[in-house]
Design a protein around this ligand. Structure first.
Ligand code: ADP
Length: 715
């Protein structure tokens, strides 16, 4: 019973694998040969079992076992010739010779020359060997020798990856051949006991498994899932059958009477139910076990994409983005390396970043990309590159590149912005169809992230240029400002110098005019007096103007000083009013001032204050149409003294008022009334009054009149 379980499990397993491998690629020679080989193994296994157990036909099945054994060796020999690439290493003559040897051996094995007779033994049968048994062994040894030498030859000539495949297959062959020769040929002869040959089928499983695995790793096939599942199912069937047998035949027979109803009818049902109930558990366990073995490089695509997206979204600096993304891809796909390249343009350099130092050069990449474009391929898989593209294949292999992926939308005339380059999987497995699908998605997402990063880079570099431009402009402004300051200073110095120069001749003009007016140069008639008066007023105005200019320039150069002395303000005001009376009279204005008696003396800078008073009255004269009146009042209040000049003139619009007292400011109505003003008088007035601790008085109503003045607190 145990023998039957072994035989059935091994047969199912081997047949399944043969079937799967064949279906995967029915046109490939290696796959066809593998299927042929798997069938020969199954037939050999079955006849081997029947040789021991088919009562009447023991001899026939024993001979068939030898027959199929030879076919099996021959199939393996053929595989060894073509595996893994499909190119043979033996000459046609060698193959023909081996085929001939096979036919002879097959003929021998079916006649009485290898096995003449079988006799029933305790465990199966004992063989009586024929005279040509040695020839059979010789053929088998020859076949195994050829198999080994072929594999060695392939091993020498193939690339890194194929070598790994040959190595695996070779390991399988070695284990199988070793065990088979020991248990099926040597031990039985030496010990004269054929019972050890019952383990033969087990070795075939190991061998077929190895062979299938070797093919699994081959680039063109992706049958891992199916292999894993066949292994799981075989294990499941064997276990369940084993359990069933153990329950019914071993336990039940020992404990109960073999012929009882319980054993005959109830127990099989109980056992079947038990098996049915436990089957899912076993299936899960075997699935898990096989998954672990076959999918060491498995990953959860969703988790992978999530991690990738997080990396893509959270990094905007291109260098970091590329390096981190390459790391995530490499870790998840368990590749040996991962690189990302970004195309060069006029504005930016070519980038190549990844998990490692690349084994390829930029010009090799350019060659690979151009080949991809030529072939119109978005995805280049090194293993799938046809032999006629030998240069491309070499470039990929020497660069350790297993796969190159370009984004969707890439065409011959529209080169890709970025490429994803992957090294081989660490496990040696190939990239599965699912991997490739995922890689395509990743590449597309990657390109979008790279575009964003490049935009960010552009903005950043634009910022840098902008900053540089601003700095440059600022420097220019600062330089110009310095120049302006120097010019301004020169201007101040010039005004100051000119004012000083103008003042001396003006004083003499004023002096002489006043003397002539006073009659010192003889009698002046009324007409002459009027003219001279006009000339005197103008020169007086000029004196004040010059004073203003001087004071302004003193303010700027820090040479504006207040020199206080006890001053009789009442007389000062009187003198200023007297000075301007003539002027007012000419313009048809009434100018009133009542000099207060016993007015206290105050500490003031007399010259400067005099100028302020003069300015207030002078403005009132100019900005009051003829027929108006001007009242100058000096009042001694409880806590302060106060001077006001009130007119009935043009006044100042509300919205202009806040700008009075600033340098050069002149209201529009004032400009019309008197085009030649300077806008300096009020500005200086405020400076002078405030500098002496006083305050300006001002209120005005447009078209009604204004009041200008100042107040000083009494000590
Ligand atoms: P200027 O009289 O040379 O224009 P000021 O500094 O003395 O310069 O006066 C500044 C401005 O104040 C004048 O242009 C005018 O608009 C306004 N202003 C001054 N005094 C009067 C006034 N009595 N009536 C109306 N506007 C005045």
């Amino acid at each position: 019973m145990i023998d039957l379980t072994i035989v059935l499990s091994a047969s199912i397993f081997n047949a399944l694998l043969g079937f799967i491998v064949y279906l995967r690629n029915p046109k490939a020679k290696v796959n066809q040969l593998f299927a042929f080989f798997a069938i020969s193994v199954v037939t050999w296994t079955l006849s081997n079992y029947l040789a021991d157990n088919a009562q009447a036909y023991n001899l026939l099945f024993t001979q068939l076992t030898f027959f199929f054994g030879a076919i099996m060796a021959f199939a393996m020999y053929l595989i060894s010739n073509y595996f893994p690439s499909g190119r043979g290493v033996n000459s046609t003559r060698t193959i023909q010779a081996t085929t001939l040897a096979l036919f002879l051996t097959l003929l021998l094995s079916l006649g009485p020359w290898v096995v003449t007779k079988v006799t029933k033994a305790q465990n199966g049968v004992d063989l009586h060997l024929g005279p040509l048994y040695g020839v059979y062994v010789l053929f088998m040894l020859y076949a195994f020798g050829m198999i080994l030498s072929n594999f060695v030859r392939h091993y020498r000539h193939e690339g890194h990856k194929s070598r790994a495949q040959v190595r695996i297959l070779l390991t399988g062959v070695a284990i199988y051949a070793g065990l088979a020769i020991i248990f099926n040929l040597l031990l039985p002869v030496v010990a004269d006991n054929w019972s050890s040959s019952r383990f033969g089928p087990l070795f075939t499983m190991a061998f077929v498994g190895f062979a299938a695995y070797a093919i699994v790793r081959h680039g063109l096939l992706d049958i891992r899932l199916l292999v894993a599942r066949s292994v799981a199912y075989t294990l499941l069937i064997s276990t369940i059958t084993g359990l069933y047998i153990v329950m019914i035949f071993v336990i039940a027979r020992r404990i109960f009477d073999e012929d009882s109803v319980l054993v005959q009818q109830v127990l099989p049902i109980v056992a079947a139910l038990f098996v049915a109930a436990t089957a899912p558990y076993f299936k899960r366990s075997f699935d898990r076990l096989t998954n672990r073995f076959f999918y060491r490089d498995a990953y959860d695509p969703q988790a992978f994409l999530d991690e990738l997206n997080k990396t893509l979204v959270s990094n905007i600096e291109l260098g970091i983005l590329l390096r981190r993304t390459a790391g995530v891809i490499q870790q998840n796909l368990k590749s040996e390396s991962c690189f990302i390249t970004v195309r060069q343009t006029d504005e930016r350099p070519f980038r190549l970043l990844g998990t490692d130092a690349p084994k390829f050069k930029a010009d090799q990449l350019a060659y690979i990309y151009s080949q991809m474009a030529e072939m119109g391929q978005k995805l280049l898989i090194a293993d799938d590159v046809k032999l006629e593209h030998s240069k491309l294949k070499r470039t990929l292999n020497s660069g350790g590149i297993a796969l190159v992926s370009a984004p969707t939308g890439y065409e011959k005339d529209n080169p890709a912005l970025a490429y994803l380059i992957l090294g081989p999987k660490k496990s040696g497995n190939i990239y599965s169809k699912d991997d490739l699908r995922l890689i395509q998605i990743i590449t597309d997402e990657l390109v979008i992230a790279i575009q964003n990063a490049l935009r960010f880079e552009e903005i950043q570099s634009f910022n840098v240029t902008l900053q540089a431009k601003i700095n440059e402009a600022t420097e220019q402004l600062q330089r110009n400002n310095k120049k302006l300051q120097v010019l301004d200073q020169t201007k101040d110095e010039f005004i100051s110098m000119a004012s000083h120069q103008l003042r001396t001749p003006l004083t003499s003009i004023k002096g002489y005019l006043s003397m002539v007016l006073d009659g010192d140069a003889g009698q002046v008639n009324e007409e002459q007096r009027k003219m001279l008066q006009q000339a005197f007023i103008s020169s007086q105005r000029m004196t004040y103007l010059i004073s203003d200019l001087l004071n302004v320039s003193r303010l700027r150069t820090g040479k504006f000083f207040i020199e206080k002395a006890p001053t009789n303000l009442a007389t000062v005001v009187q003198q200023e009013v007297d000075q301007l009376r003539e002027s007012a009279k000419i313009r048809g204005l009434e100018l009133n001032y009542d000099q207060p008696a016993n007015f206290p003396t105050i500490d003031l800078d007399e010259t400067k204050t005099r100028q302020v008073i003069m300015n207030f009255i002078d403005n009132a004269i100019y900005y009051t149409p003829s027929g108006g009146r001007i009242d100058v009042a000096l009042t001694n209040k409880h806590k302060s003294v106060e001077l006001t000049v009130t007119d009935t003139g043009i006044g100042i619009a509300k919205k202009e008022q806040h700008r009075l007292f600033s340098k050069f400011y002149r209201a529009p109505n004032a400009k019309r009334a008197r085009p030649d003003g300077t806008g300096l008088g009020l500005f200086m007035a405020k400076k002078i009054i405030v500098a002496q601790g006083g305050a300006i008085i001002f209120h005005s109503q447009p078209d009604k009149g204004s009041t200008f003045g100042f107040s000083f607190p009494k000590k």
